[in-house]
Design a protein around this ligand. Structure first.
Ligand code: FAD
Length: 398
């Protein structure tokens, strides 16, 4: 049994790396990140980061590196998938930034992951272990032992499960399983010069329609164009549910701009969409959860990774402010469970709204959306304005 460090973080995704960085910067404790993959990295395509994420990246000292590779869009736009009519817009310019204290950015996932990984690598007290599929944890007299796929054991004073949607560490707290939404996503980036059609490169565009949507925005300093196509499968019992043929069928009749975008989409990989229901406890003694391991959500509000970043901030702050792991983790979950549960539930609700298929509901939605002013920021304050609230309530010190 090897004692590796003060703290073990299981999972080296965006959440795990941000947590390692936040805790190290706040406490100076040594941290080992155990990752199942042979290398540290991210698959997938683009990611949207709202001001509440930038607040954390700023706190972690990596905001400037992020801004170098990101794109700052001017608007979030909802468009009708059939008519291309703008249903609602949110202005992301100066007034938005003044309101929330940070910008809204979009970037490639691998860029975000790399910036966090390089920031961690600067500290020799943050160590990395690959090819480690962690199976379980066991607590004993103020130490926690993790066991990998070969039965090898590693100990530390505390363990944080940052092992994503299918978390093994979560089994300490809940016997639930990921819930299949029966929606599937196809996503990818293409070099911007390969996109022939005139594109609104200043916007994050979400095309919405009954049981489907598509998201588009540029990433990597505007060198790549990111597209995500999402639809509900009508035959989710079949093994290849949500296959490319079904995608083509589901988007029949869509606006030519959408059809054109579909022609570029990578059909090789599909991401079935899962979430879980909120749980009311994810901490016991010196073990806790964060990120998707704690509160996996549907991606419709673009807040999954952002919530993981918020977790990392509060974990660092609470470990600095409390004498024991137990107290710190309890306080952390007291702050984070209500907030993340609200976002998890709101993501599902937002999905119902944008994917509405009932004509009356759609009319009602569009009528309400039409009244929305692009600078009506108070409607998104519940998502993006959290750090003002945390500061006002003195839940964070810095
Ligand atoms: C299509 C799509 C679009 C999205 N868009 C956005 C967006 O725009 N903005 C946003 O904020 N969020 C978005 N999300 C959500 C976001 O991707 C996730 O919430 C985020 O990646 C969660 O980070 P995490 O580190 O908690 O988990 P993960 O990214 O899942 O990382 C978990 C890590 O743990 C490792 N691991 C797993 N099990 C083990 C084990 N047993 N032992 C060791 N290591 C293990 C994994 O290999 C992985 O590296 C989107 C999601 C999808 C599917």
């Amino acid at each position: 049994m090897e004692n590796v460090s003060d703290i073990i973080v299981v999972g080296g995704g965006i959440g795990g790396l941000a947590t390692a960085l936040s805790i190290y910067k706040n406490t100076g404790k040594s941290i080992s990140v155990f990752e199942q993959a042979p290398e540290f990295g991210e698959v997938g395509a683009g990611i949207q980061l709202a001001p509440n994420a930038l607040e954390v990246l700023d706190y972690l000292g990596v905001k400037e590196d992020i801004l170098k590779v990101a794109v700052q869009p001017k608007r979030l736009v909802l468009k009708d998938v059939y008519t291309a009519k703008e249903v609602a817009t949110l202005d992301l310019g100066e007034d938005f930034q003044k309101e929330f204290g940070q910008p809204y950015v979009v970037l490639h996932r691998s860029d975000l992951h790399r910036v966090l990984f390089e920031a961690c690598q600067k500290f020799e007290n943050i160590k990395f272990f690959n090819n480690q599929v962690i199976q379980s944890t066991e607590q004993n007299d103020g130490t926690v032992t993790i066991t990998n796929q070969n039965g090898e054991k590693f100990t530390a004073e505390a363990v944080i499960g940052a092992d994503g949607l299918k978390s093994k560490i979560r089994k300490n707290f809940a016997d639930d399983e990921p819930i299949n939404s029966t929606y599937v996503a196809y996503r990818g980036t293409i070099p911007i010069e390969e996109v022939s059609e005139d594109l609104d490169l200043d916007d994050v565009i979400m095309w919405i329609g009954p049981n489907l949507h598509m998201v588009q925005y540029p990433v990597r300093r505007g060198e790549l164009y990111n597209q995500v196509v999402v639809f509900k499968s009508y035959d989710a019992t079949k093994e290849d549910w949500g296959n490319p043929d079904e995608m083509a069928k589901r988007f029949e009749g869509a606006h030519p701009k959408v059809q054109n975008a579909l022609s570029y989409i990578n059909r090789q990989f599909r991401w079935p969409m899962f979430d879980r229901l909120p749980i009311d406890n994810w901490t016991e003694g010196n073990v806790t959860l964060m990120g998707d391991a704690a509160h996996p959500m549907l991606q419709y509000l673009a807040q999954g990774a952002v919530q993981a970043l918020e977790d990392s901030y509060i974990l660092g702050e609470q470990l600095k402010a409390n004498d024991s792991y137990e107290e710190a983790f309890k306080k952390y979950q007291e702050i984070r469970i209500p907030r993340s549960a609200m976002v998890q539930t709101s993501a599902r609700n937002w999905g119902e709204i944008i994917h509405a298929e009932d004509k009356v509901l759609m009319l009602l939605r569009d009528t309400i959306f039409e009244k929305h002013q692009p600078k009506d920021f108070h409607r998104v304050d519940f998502l993006y304005g959290i750090f003002n609230k945390y500061k006002a309530e003195k839940l964070i010190q810095t």
